[in-house]
Every structure is written in structure tokens, then in C-alpha cells.
Design a binder for this molecule. Structure first.
Ligand SMILES: [Cu+2]
Length: 81
């Protein structure tokens, strides 16, 4: 159990670092983003982050990493990151 939560914390740190930008357009990080957005308390910002993440996911499906990162960045900003 402790191992699992430690791994989650490490993933969050890696996931939020822009130095690892190219590693953010994947299902694991999208799942993490969904979770983090679900925990947001500002409804307006949450809506903004969700919309940006949806576009990011769509770009990821098309294999467009540049677009994916652009919208991911928007989502991060809406999340206050
Ligand atoms: Cu992200």
C-alpha cells in the first residue's frame, strides 16, 4: 500500500515537470490529469481544464504530440500549475 502511494507521488512529480513534456501525452498521464481535475474545487477552472484536456486527448489520438502538449499546457494552467 505504501509502495503504491509512493509511486503515485513520484509519478505526479514527474508528470508535472515540464522537463518531461514529451512523456505527458500518454494514457497514464491523462488518467492522472482526469483525477487531478476531478479534485479541483474551482468549478469554472475545472471546466476550463476539462475542455483543454479533451482537446489534448484528441490530439494524442491523432498522434499530434505538439498539439497534445499545447492543450495539456492550457489544462495545467487552468489547474494553477
Ligand atoms: Cu498534464
Amino acid at each position: 500500500m505504501l509502495k503504491v502511494s509512493l509511486a503515485a507521488v513520484l509519478m505526479a512529480i514527474v508528470g508535472l515537470s515540464h522537463a518531461y513534456a514529451q512523456d505527458l501525452c500518454n494514457d497514464a498521464h491523462m488518467k492522472q490529469m482526469d483525477q487531478m481535475i476531478a479534485e479541483m474545487t474551482d468549478a469554472a477552472k475545472q471546466k476550463e481544464a476539462t475542455a483543454a484536456l479533451d482537446q489534448s486527448k484528441a490530439a494524442m489520438k491523432e498522434g499530434n504530440t505538439a498539439e497534445c502538449m499545447k492543450y495539456m499546457d492550457d489544462a495545467h494552467k487552468a489547474m494553477g500549475l
